[in-house]
Design a protein around this ligand. Structure first.
Ligand code: NAD
Length: 293
């Protein structure tokens, strides 16, 4: 079978290029889109993510603020910063990098972000808008990026059986909502750690989205021949031969699965680059909506 490799780098570039004109238009009318990225603590992976988000803003002419707060930052101090950012007219998007240190109540922090500036789409108002299919809401960037990849490659979803592996609020549940919604019209099954006969459930999928966080859990016997496979997982596995002592693998055993499917995302270079591109897209949308009043 000839397999299409769903190229996230290229598709993310298309998304970014499509934002240039709307950004220029907003700037012309005195509304430069602005994103505040808040990092609490010194988790190295979070630091990398935050820096790449700020860099992506710079490349597009989006104003950005990076708040790198010490691990000891209290809940009250963090909520006070969120309050200030909610009121700052230069800021249209607020993102608190996950995971924060254990003493921070992340759900409470998210509830304090103005839903109009919640470009991660985690606030309960935006979760509700996704389920209600209200287009003014913000959809979490990773599932939004998966849908953009699917759309960009012209992959049909209507009437197809989509299996979403994972039920997190960040990926699995919003992905299932998008697939079952009226724009995609798929028939959706959500599978998770308690699902019985996981391989068999996955084998019934025309579209399989893996968001589990378990290296190469999805093997060849999980795949219906011709299926489309979207691998959201980013897992570090030790590899003494790699320059950093580890390599990145997805939730899918790529070399075993790829020959069976009609299309598949690589890791890295698949869903990962889409996430940041969709964050830029959500920030521009927030600026447009807030400036329109
Ligand atoms: P999570 O830990 O919040 O959720 C994992 C889900 O997988 C849970 O719902 C759990 O029920 C399910 N699960 C766990 N073990 C299972 C098993 N053995 N069989 C079936 N289901 C199982 O993780 P998350 O935040 O949704 O992230 C999932 C993966 O996606 C991680 O590897 C993460 O690094 C990656 N991720 C990538 C991006 C990106 O930009 N590409 C963004 C977010 C997350």
């Amino acid at each position: 079978m000839i397999t299409t490799i769903l190229d996230g780098k290229k598709t993310a570039e298309l998304v970014r290029n499509a934002l240039l004109a709307p950004i220029a238009q907003l700037i012309q009318t005195g509304h430069t889109p602005g994103l505040a990225v808040v990092l609490v603590g010194d988790d190295p992976a979070s630091r990398v993510y935050v820096n790449s988000k700020v860099k992506a803003c710079e490349q597009l002419g989006i104003y950005s603020q990076k708040w790198a707060l010490p691990t000891e930052t209290t809940q009250a101090e963090l909520l006070e910063l969120i309050r200030k950012l909610n009121e700052d007219p230069r800021i249209h998007g607020i993102l608190v990098q996950s995971p924060p240190p254990p003493h921070i109540d992340e759900a409470e922090v998210i509830r304090h972000i103005d839903p109009r500036k919640d470009v991660d789409g985690f606030h309960p108002v935006n979760v509700a808008k996704l389920v209600l299919e209200d287009p003014s809401g913000f959809v979490p960037c990773t599932p939004l990026g998966c849908m953009e990849l699917i759309k960009n490659y012209g992959i049909p979803t209507a009437g197809k059986h989509a299996v979403v592996l994972g039920r997190s609020m960040i990926v699995g549940k919003p992905m299932a909502s998008l697939l079952v919604g009226k724009a995609a019209n798929a028939t959706v099954t959500i599978a998770h750690s308690r699902t019985r006969d996981l391989a068999e459930v996955c084998r019934s999928a025309d579209i399989l989205v893996a968001a589990v966080g378990k290296p190469e859990l999805v093997r060849a016997d999980f795949i219906k021949p011709g299926a489309v496979v979207i691998d959201v997982g980013i897992n570090r596995v030790e590899d003494a031969t790699a320059p950093r002592g580890y390599r990145l693998v997805g939730d899918v055993d790529f070399s075993a699965v790829q020959p069976l499917c009609s299309a598949i995302t690589p890791v890295p270079g698949g869903v990962g680059p889409m996430t940041i591109a969709m964050l830029m897209s959500n920030t521009v949308k927030a600026c447009r909506q807030i400036s329109a009043g």
